[in-house]
Design a protein around this ligand. Structure first.
Ligand code: SF4
Length: 237
């Protein structure tokens, strides 16, 4: 979460903190935002649109990162007549708004209120708790998935550091994937976001059938990314 978006007067909150929010469905919060989607969220959104994750990434994500595309007027691609066209499968950032969520490297979670969108009609209050608000928004499965993928993010970051150090022990496929961005070393993470693509390749290699359940797909996807990002045991630098 970008700290520049935080409301400066907001205290640091936890799940027990007093908080409530009444959405007026004005749609203004769905403008001029970079809405990030992790692989679990991409999978849900892809299924919502009856697409594979590879197709969804091509059509609905920005080319330079895991962000939902926005239209020329700044509106999210999924905003239709002030309503979210993918509401049951919207990403975590949309569910927690107007709260931002942070989890540090030790798993400590905090929340803060974000700045209001111009002319936003939603009403903030203190009649409930952060946790009750998250529950109403169906945020818990998304937070669980975000936690699982955050651990992988740190490992990908380690792989990047090893490339920068020119570590000879790093598997060639990892090096090619992470370094595919060229001189700027922008990681080719889009390939790693493609749950269907990575899981079907893994299942083909193992001669097993591709699961249909999301939890199983995510578990296999995480295992596949780990295999790419982390050298086999005994080859750690
Ligand atoms: S996914 Fe839905 S809720 Fe989220 S920004 Fe887009 S239209 Fe708004």
């Amino acid at each position: 979460m970008d700290n520049a978006l935080v409301c400066e007067s907001s205290p640091v909150l936890n799940r027990a903190s007093a908080f409530s929010y009444t959405c007026r469905a004005c749609g203004r919060c769905c403008h001029n935002k970079r809405i990030q989607a992790n692989p679990y969220e991409i999978l849900r959104l892809a299924r919502n649109r009856s697409l594979s994750t590879g197709e969804f990434i091509q059509i609905f994500l920005e080319v330079n990162g895991p962000y939902l595309r926005i239209r020329d007027d700044g509106a999210c691609f999924f905003l239709a007549d002030s309503r979210c066209a993918v509401h049951p499968d919207r990403p975590l950032a949309c569910r927690t708004y107007p709260l931002g969520r942070w989890v540090d490297g030790r798993g400590r979670e905090t929340f803060r209120e974000l700045k209001s969108a111009p002319q936003r009609e939603g009403v903030r209050g203190q009649t409930g708790t952060v946790d009750a608000f998250l529950d109403e928004q169906g945020a818990h499965p998304h937070m669980d998935a975000a936690n699982r993928y955050q651990a992988i993010f740190y490992r990908i970051f380690e792989a990047l550091q090893r490339i920068i150090r020119n570590d000879a022990d790093l598997p060639e496929e990892t090096r090619d994937t992470v370094a595919a961005g060229g001189p700027g070393r922008r990681p080719d993470i889009m390939k790693w976001l493609d749950v269907d693509g990575m899981v079907s390749a893994a299942c083909q290699n193992r001669n097993t059938s591709v699961p249909v359940e999301m939890d199983q797909l995510v578990t296999l996807h995480i295992a596949s990314v780990e295999e790419l990002a982390i050298p086999p045991k005994g080859e750690e630098p």
